[in-house]
Design a protein around this ligand. Sequence first.
Ligand code: MN
Length: 493
Amino acid sequence: MTFIAPRVADEKDWLQGETGPWELIIGLEVHAQVASIAKLFSGAPTAFGAEPNTQVALVDAGLPGMLPVVNKYCVEQAVRTGLGLNAQINKFSRFDRKNYFYVDLPQGYQISQFEHPVVGEGEIEIVPEGGEPVTVGIERLHLEQDAGKSIHDLSPDETYVDLNRSGVALMEIVSKPDMRSAAEASAYVDALRQIVRALGTCDGDMEKGNLRADVNVSVRKPGGELGTRCEIKNVNSLRFIRQAIGYEARRHIEILEAGGEIDQETRLYDTVKGETRTMRSKEDAHDYRYFPDPDLLPLELSDDFIDRIKADLPELPAARKARFVEQFRLPDYDAGVLTSDKATGDYFEIVAQKRDPKSASNWMMGELFGRLNADEIGIEDSPVSADALGGLIDRIADKTISGKIAKDVFSKMFEGEGTADEIIERDGLKQVTDMGAIEAMVDEVIAANRDQAEKAKDNPKLVGFFVGQVMKKSQGKANPQAVNELLRSKLGL
Ligand code: MN
């Protein structure tokens, strides 16, 4: 059977869920690295980018006789995340050994949580691009340790091992199979990322791999039994998640329509070729011979411990978005963009204070984001502060400058030339509101364009041409409204 891989251009079709008579079923297991300075069971540091094997405690190297000690901070972060996912916090949970051999897992087992995870069922609401809100169920969140890293590309005939990552705390967040399109899956991961970042429990930096997704895909005829699923491991960008799902869904459908069967397996997404391929046949939980880790006591959380974390929760993106719509009367779209991360929302709230919120939003989503993106600068490091942008918007509101001139002023502010007021003063940009001066310019322009002035009587659209000429003459400083009104009366419109 020939199988034709979807071209990248097909991504949109898959986003829309155009899978013919087949329904796409997606569930995700997201591994989110806990933002802690020490590992889950040792005091070794977790900083990214250190020299290989310099952040390894004896217990992380799996040396005999070493005992793990639970890092309380990591447990707090897991509970905090659970609360942010509107999930059940389990006052009793337990660590288990998941046994398997791999060179970057020196213990020969991973300490994870199997039967009793620290967080149980929850749910979050997501809004896929161009779609309606969908509620996605959370099955569980458990704590586990990360493995080290095998490095295969430094030598042609040897594999190196870096244990810096060994023992770093991960939260594995397992969704229910509630997603029906690549767009929903991608929106779900994006929403999770926003939540953990707002909570401060994970940096959510997918490029650094501290948030990565295992994607479970199957297809079925609507209402029918669930199909056999394949798991695509460690996909580390939203775009790759969408592409991998698109490819995998098409692969399943083609096999099934040709009368074949899907093998349950673990697959890899090759980002260069844009295709998934077999990694290993999928093992079941019982293959790992889980058993309670005898070196660790069960976790028993007090109500007081949970309540203290609950009392300290920040406003989460979804709540903030709803508040922005309500309080600032922003369109849904604006509110979504402005609350997608904490720093952007904070910036907006400063700009919008005592100003027209929609102008604040337009300036941020237009000029500000345009420049920040072009220069690859985060809003935290914006050369134009929220107060400074507010100052510029004030000068438009009080008609000192036009919106058009304001864009030039903004550009100069971004280059570090000063505040709006300083630049307006220095460059003599104050709008001309002196009606005598404007009238003189209007008369000159009409005198120089007699033919056009005649035609304008039958074709009022030509007024635009005259406005342009006067604005040019004033170097953009004439008040456009005054120019327009004067021209209309002088042209007899
Ligand atoms: Mn895991």
